[in-house]
Every structure is written in C-alpha cells, then in structure tokens.
Design a protein around this ligand. Sequence first.
Ligand code: KE4
Length: 429
Amino acid sequence: MKTDNSHGLYEQALRYFPGGVNSPVRAFRAVGREPLFITRGRGSRIWDADDNESIDYVCSWGPLILGHAHPQVVAAIEEAAEKGTSFGAPTERETALAREISGALPSMERLRFVNSGTEATMSALRVARAYTGRNQVLKFEGCYHGHADSFLVRAGSGAATLGLPDSPGVPASCAQDTLLAPYNDIHAVERLFGTQGREIAAVIVEPVAANMGVVLPAPQFLEALRQITQAFGALLIFDEVITGFRVAYGGAQTLYNVIPDLTCLGKIIGGGLPVGAYGGKREIMEMVAPSGPVYQAGTLSGNPLAMAAGLATLWELGQGQVYTILEEKGRHLARGLREAAARTGRPFQVAQMGSLLTPFFASEEVVDYVSARAADTQAYARFFWGMLQRGVSLPPSQFEAAFISLAHTQADVDATIAAAQEVLREMAS
Ligand code: KE4
C-alpha cells in the first residue's frame, strides 16, 4: 500500500504539531503506523494523500452518520455561509436546532450550544456543582467525557489508547474530587454513595460506553444510577456526545427510558462542524448566565454554519426507518465478523448496538475497563492494518468504536466481512 505522500505530509506536520496531529488518537500510535492524511470523503468512502480508497468506519468519530459530504448538509452549509459565517449575536437557526433537539430529548427543557463535547461536559459539571453546592463527581473507568481536568482520571478513548488515563497537569486538588467506579458495577457506586453521598454533585456516564470500545450497560445499571442519584440529591448526567441521535433519534435515554437531569451532546448535532450542547431541567439550566450566576460563554457558540449542518443532519435522521436500517447494518456486520473469527478459533468478541460496533480480540465478553484492557491490542493492530490494506478503514485503536453511516451499503458491509475473513485467516496462519 503506497503511503509516500502521507509520509511527506506527516514529516511537515511534525514540524508544527505534537505528534504531527491535532488530536492524539489520529496519530496511529496504537497501531504502530504513521497516520494517513485524508484528502476527501464521499458517502462511506475516504481517499488518502496517496489516493488509497477505503470504506470508512471512523466517520470523524461519530458526527457523519449520513456519511461524508452529504449533499443536503453541504448545501445547507453553503447557503448559510453566503449570508455570513458568524455574528456573535442570536440567530433563528439556533432556536430551530434547539427546538429539534428538545423535541427529540424532552428532558432538555433548556439547553446551551457550545463548540465541542468537552465544553458540553465541562459546563454541565459546573452547573451540577453550582446547583447542588457539592464538589465531587463520580465517573466510570474507561469512560471518556472530553479533556476537562475533572474527567482525565481513568479516562478512555485516546487517553486509554496512549496509556495516559490519568494525565499529568491535572492538579491533585481537582482529581481528588473525581470518584471512580467500574462501569456496570452498581455495588461500587452504592459503596461510594454510602460513604460520600452527600458530597457528590453528579454522576456522569456514557449510557452506552464507546470509549473503551463499545460496552453495553448491564440490565438495570442505568435505572439503578437514576435511583441512587435521586436518593442522595445528586444529579445524573448522561454524556450522549456519541449516543445522542446515534442509537436512537432521542438518544440512549429514550431507548432505555432512563431520564437524566442533564444531557451532553455533540458530534451528530453539528453534522461534522464543531458543536456541543448541554441541557436539562429548566430549574437547573436557569442557573446559567445570564439568567443565573453560573458563567459559561463561547465566541462561536451557536455558529450559523454548524447550526445549518446540524439541522440538515437531524432532518435526514427524522425520515423513515433510519434506525432500523442502521441496526440491520450493524447486526449484519457483527454477525459476519463473528463467523469469520469462529473459523479461525481466535478469541474474538463483537460488541454492537445499532451503528456502533467494536471487534475485541478478547476471550471474555467486555463489560468494563478491566476486561477491555485485557483485549489483545497487538492483535487488533494487525487486524487494523490488514483491513486497511484491503480498503477498510477501522478506528486506529482497540479502545474506540467503529461507526456505520447511512451511506454504508450492503456491498460495503459484505466487502468488509470478506476482508475480515482474509485478514483473520492470515493472522491465524
Ligand atoms: P470533543 O471535545 O472531542 O468534541 O468531545 C469529547 C467527548 C465527550 N464525550 C464522549 C462520550 C466522547 O466520545 C467525546 C469524544 N470522542 C472522541 C472519540 N472517542 C473524540 C475523538 C478524538 O479525541 O479525536
């Protein structure tokens, strides 16, 4: 596979950026390769600087549920841009997108747009601390909520990928207010609430974890979190930056019928442009400036282009049987991968929900961070590269989710399965 042009571009990028990238997981460190530089995408396909074409299962880490360069999204951005790219003033489109989001997730009675998932979770935690008058936050090992200090404790995603789950630079005074429990371990949560329940401002959780690879919530796990936070006067924050409009139009909270106090969104609601949002009960959100004393602001928050891209994306997602189609594609791919691996006898699990999927090189089902870390990351790296050489672009880390879009065709999924059969057979020989 020719990668000369990407190599040259990488050399240039190393001159300016740490690791040559603007987000760590893109550096391909976990798969032991130099990163590929992408030049364009369309539908389910991307092309790199050496014109290698591949079926893309990264999809910008989630936003591109319609696929790359969807005509309606591109047209919406163009139409908005012709009228100006940013005003630093309220616009009607912000209200239109908020109406669509609040209609899909009624728990978000009031919300605020920001520019990333990190800003959304960081702001939601600030509001929760102000509303409860408490400082502690409980998160789950392997969950990733962006890179705000309080969350870089046993974090997933790139932090887990690079073995930096506890980042230097986070003051001990901050980290000590972050409590940890294993994902799906409600008894650990009960023990923490038993000793510190009146100090806990909020529990933040990915309702379907996707940053240690995909890990589904155990039965009644989310319901139990709802009950215990209610009992102790702590807020429940659903980080739906990935699951929002991904696993259902109303996110995981609609699927599981567990209603959080605050929800964080990102990715899909921006259609590929920088957007985040946080919101919830009116009485909580009214604490946010200028209606209340909790300060949070942003130059490009509610940016017209991002609002236009988000509206165009949600409009498409609101049509027909989108989520049934995505579930069928996800199940077909998961089944094909399992069958391919079964022929080789290699330890292999596939976690899948809707269009979220992770192949784990693990002998046991992955239910939390410890079992995710037991997966064979070297085997994953070999699988990643073998698939890439056959025109399938998977996330460059065992601790990430693969994303299927509406643009992925049956032929794309069948080609992916065929490639996996070859690679797994090659790995077994
Ligand atoms: P951003 O700040 O990257 O927009 O969002 C942070 C975030 C918050 N919550 C969840 C559940 C997330 O998954 C993320 C970011 N996701 C990663 C991929 N797993 C972004 C990719 C990257 O860091 O480059």
